[in-house]
Write a protein that binds this ligand. Sequence first.
Ligand code: HEC
Ligand code: HEC
Ligand code: HEC
Ligand code: HEC
Ligand code: HEC
Ligand code: HEC
Ligand code: HEC
Ligand code: HEC
Length: 359
Amino acid sequence: MGCHDCHGGNPTQDDTQLAKDKSFKDAPKRAEIPEFCGSCHSDSAYMRKFNPNIRVDQLSLYRTSQHGQLLKKGDANAAVCTDCHGVHGIQSSSFPKSQTFPWNIPQTCGRCHANADFMKGYGIPVRQVDDYKQSVHARALFEKKDLSAPVCNDCHGNHGAAPPEVTSIAFVCRQCHPSAGELFSKSPHKQAFDDLGIAECEVCHGNHLISSPSDNFLAGGKADVCVQCHDAGTEPHQTGLKIKQQIDNFVASSEAAGALLATAERKGVEVSEARFKLQDASTALVLARNLTHALSPAEIEVSLEEGAKSLADAKTRGEGALREANFRRSGLIIATLFIMLLAAALYLKIRQIQAQSDR
Ligand code: HEC
Ligand code: HEC
Ligand code: HEC
Ligand code: HEC
Ligand code: HEC
Ligand code: HEC
Ligand code: HEC
Ligand code: HEC
């Protein structure tokens, strides 16, 4: 696009003053920018000429956002289009250097949201970016370069940036974690949380600083998330303890089987078949951990029983391998003894022949 597409004026005129003809417009003021950008971006007939797939709802979404609402009230601190996209260096968000490319977004939002001075007076935290950077999501995005991990706009929307309402948080998380969502919906927590207005995933996992969960999050664990609401000793907490016990027991047998196979491998016996069984068992464990969201020890039992069969199989194979290793070793000892005996007999025979020839 040329300068005149946005600023007007006559691009064929060499003289600056003459170029600023009647069509020339001054640069828009901050408060006018959304309408200014929207004058093209909301015009589907115009935009379709360039790109038939581009969305034309940015301005209307923006108006519904906290940013748009604030700007409407005359607060120029609210983000406008150019804060997130730039002015003269606007790039498509699929371009890695763009301000709106996933791994640049925390910085784009953080220019305001991580700036305590700037955000003073709004009474909202300014820790979102710092917290986010320590989360599993940031680790997946920045360390594993996993572009499917969420950044600010995946949870808040690009243009309708508003804090997700309690009821929509689950929807946000479920887009990417559907099975945890489904299991949660089946659990007694769904109705109870809805009635009490409790944020469903957030209450146990947080929002910006989501860490990698472990069995320690379960009831009775070091980071027990259940005691927030269920005192130790109450029935729901007891159910939680039962679930923890099921998982702990399985982990213990699975570690024992793993150790057995490692010993057999050190002794030089091939155990790849048993390793596959162990793999099946760990899949069952992943499923069971996911199933903790349904709060049903019975369902977890079913999943772990499948895994227990694989574990038992791995164990039998591991023990067989160890027996084989021991058998091989005793075979080796017998063979060595036999060879030593043979050598001794040979030595004696040679001595005997030498003695005979000396005579
Ligand atoms: C996509 C629309 C667009 C195009 C194309 C564009 N501008 Fe701008 N320009 C703006 C907006 C919006 C502002 C107001 C920026 C602000 O206030 O933050 C601006 C501001 C300016 C200003 C005021 C000083 C400043 O930087 O704030 C100048 C001068 C300017 N543009 C020159 C140009 C020239 C020269 C070109 C072509 C090379 C150009 N513009 C192309 C949208 C555009
Ligand atoms: C004169 C009309 C016009 C104005 C004014 C305008 N744009 Fe655009 N913009 C376009 C066109 C045309 C494209 C190219 C669309 C394409 O080919 O995909 C575009 C592309 C973009 C893209 C990249 C879209 C993509 O492909 O991912 C962004 C982001 C963008 N504009 C933001 C802005 C912002 C922010 C402003 C206001 C400062 C603005 N535009 C003002 C016409 C305009
Ligand atoms: C709070 C930051 C923010 C503001 C304000 C903002 N945008 Fe965006 N915009 C984004 C992000 C982030 C994306 C990239 C989304 C993605 O990854 O696909 C985007 C994408 C776009 C695109 C590409 C097409 C699309 O919708 O995916 C266009 C065009 C666009 N914005 C125009 C605008 C216009 C016009 C305004 C002002 C009315 C505006 N944006 C305000 C953050 C913002
Ligand atoms: C130019 C500064 C600026 C930028 C850039 C910016 N914001 Fe904001 N944002 C604000 C201000 C100011 C508020 C108003 C705070 C309030 O009303 O509580 C706000 C409000 C919000 C809110 C509502 C908070 C609440 O509870 O009221 C969310 C969510 C939000 N922004 C997300 C984002 C995201 C995501 C990005 C990046 C894609 C972003 N913002 C970029 C200035 C900015
Ligand atoms: C995994 C989803 C997710 C990501 C990623 C995310 N947020 Fe949030 N954000 C939330 C949830 C959930 C809330 C809380 C809403 C509530 O309790 O009503 C929230 C709240 C907020 C608020 C309101 C003030 C507060 O802290 O409660 C702001 C501002 C905000 N986020 C900005 C950001 C910014 C900036 C980023 C990127 C660094 C970001 N968020 C990344 C889910 C997310
Ligand atoms: C845009 C997709 C997306 C959204 C939205 C999202 N996540 Fe994630 N989440 C991921 C990805 C990708 C990973 C990283 C998986 C990995 O690399 O281990 C992840 C990891 C996690 C983990 C760690 C899993 C593990 O096994 O270590 C938890 C817990 C989690 N997310 C919870 C949430 C919650 C709660 C929300 C909503 C507030 C949410 N996520 C929103 C994509 C998403
Ligand atoms: C934010 C609060 C909260 C957290 C955290 C929480 N619960 Fe609950 N839980 C409830 C509420 C409210 C109910 C429904 C009322 C009741 O039965 O006590 C409930 C019900 C239950 C029930 C069903 C009880 C019944 O009799 O039907 C079980 C089982 C349960 N929770 C286990 C757990 C476990 C295990 C954890 C930790 C992984 C946990 N809860 C974490 C609030 C919570
Ligand atoms: C009552 C507390 C609680 C709630 C509510 C909750 N979780 Fe969890 N979540 C846990 C615990 C505890 C673990 C760890 C299980 C383990 O590793 O033994 C976990 C593990 C996870 C994991 C990693 C393991 C897996 O399942 O793949 C993800 C992802 C996850 N939760 C997402 C969610 C989402 C999405 C929601 C909302 C629909 C949610 N959680 C609601 C307690 C909760």
